[in-house]
Write a protein of this length. Structure first.
Length: 278
C-alpha cells in the first residue's frame, strides 16, 4: 500500500510538472505572438507614414511643375545675338543689305463685345493627314460691328527693328483657298486699332472680351484698301519683343464687315513689315 501511495504521489507530481511546463510554453508563445503583433502593427504604421510622405512629395512636385509652367512666359526672351550691338556700334563693320521681312501674326483670334465671355474656336483649318493631325499657319482677320480681332507679333530678327503695320486685302472676285468677305460697295474699310498691354505671349484658348489685355495706347485709324495694301508710319520695334493689337471697326457702317485669312500662299489681313536698322 505504501508503494502504491508513493507511486500515486509521484504520478501526481509528474502531471503537475507537465502542466506547469505546458503553461510556461503557452505563456512564452503568447508573449512571442504579442510581440509579433506589435511589430507588425508598427511596420504597418511606418509603411503608412512613408506612403503619406511620398504622396505629399508627389503633390508638391506636381504643383511645382504647374507653377513653373504657368510662369514660364514671365522669364522673358533671352537675346541670342550676344555682342552684336557692340560689334555694329564700332562702325567698322559693313553690313549686308536685306529687304523687308513680312512678319505674319503669331496669334490672331477674335473677341466679341456682345458675347463677352465667348472664346472663339482655335485652329479651324486643322486637318487629318497620313501622319496625324496637322495645323496650317492660317490666321483669321475678322472684324464687324460686334467682333474684333486680337493680333500678336513676335519680333525676333536682330537688325530688322524698324516696323510698320500693314493691311492687305484681296480684290473682289479673287480665287482664294478660303472663303472671304469684303465690303459690298465701299473701296476702303476704316479700322481702328490700339496697342494692348501685353509683353508676353497671349493664350488663344482662353482669350475673350472680358479677358483681353487693356488697351494701353490708341494708334489711330487704318483705311484698308480693297484689292491693295496700305502701310502705316514706321516705328521702333525691339528684337525679342511682343506687339499686340486690338482691331475694330472705326465706325458703325455695315461696310466694315471684313473676313480674310492669312496663310503661306497669300498674306491677307494685318501683318508687320520689318526693315533693316544696321
Amino acid at each position: 500500500m505504501a508503494d502504491k501511495q508513493v507511486e500515486y504521489e509521484a504520478l501526481s507530481l509528474l502531471e503537475e510538472h507537465e502542466e506547469n511546463k505546458n503553461s510556461g510554453r503557452s505563456a512564452r508563445t503568447s508573449r512571442v505572438e504579442g510581440k509579433g503583433s506589435t511589430l507588425t502593427g508598427l511596420a504597418l504604421l511606418v509603411f503608412l507614414f512613408l506612403d503619406i510622405l511620398l504622396l505629399l512629395v508627389i503633390i508638391k512636385l506636381i504643383l511645382a511643375v504647374k507653377s513653373s509652367t504657368s510662369n514660364a512666359n514671365s522669364f522673358g526672351f533671352r537675346n541670342p545675338y550676344i555682342g552684336l550691338d557692340k560689334l555694329y556700334g564700332t562702325g567698322l563693320i559693313n553690313t549686308s543689305i536685306h529687304g523687308k521681312i513680312i512678319n505674319e501674326p503669331s496669334l490672331a483670334t477674335q473677341v466679341s463685345s456682345t458675347d463677352v465671355n465667348k472664346v472663339f474656336p482655335v485652329d479651324l483649318h486643322q486637318w487629318l493627314s497620313d501622319f496625324g493631325r496637322l495645323s496650317p499657319p492660317d490666321r483669321r482677320f475678322y472684324v464687324s460691328k460686334d467682333v474684333h480681332t486680337v493680333v500678336q507679333f513676335n519680333v525676333l530678327d536682330y537688325g530688322m527693328e524698324n516696323c510698320s503695320i500693314s493691311v492687305r486685302l484681296p480684290s473682289r472676285g479673287d480665287q482664294l483657298p478660303h472663303p472671304y468677305t469684303l465690303p459690298r460697295h465701299a473701296s476702303t474699310v476704316r479700322l481702328a486699332y490700339c496697342e494692348l498691354e501685353s509683353e508676353q505671349p497671349l493664350k488663344e484658348r482662353t482669350l475673350s472680351w472680358n479677358r483681353r489685355p487693356a488697351c494701353s495706347q490708341k494708334r489711330g485709324v487704318i483705311d484698308a484698301l480693297v484689292g491693295g495694301e496700305i502701310e502705316l508710319k514706321p516705328f521702333e520695334c525691339k528684337s525679342g519683343s511682343y506687339l499686340s493689337y486690338l482691331v475694330s471697326c472705326a465706325d458703325e457702317s455695315s461696310e466694315c464687315n471684313l473676313d480674310v485669312w492669312t496663310n503661306h500662299d497669300q498674306t491677307w489681313g494685318l501683318f508687320l513689315n520689318q526693315y533693316q536698322t544696321v
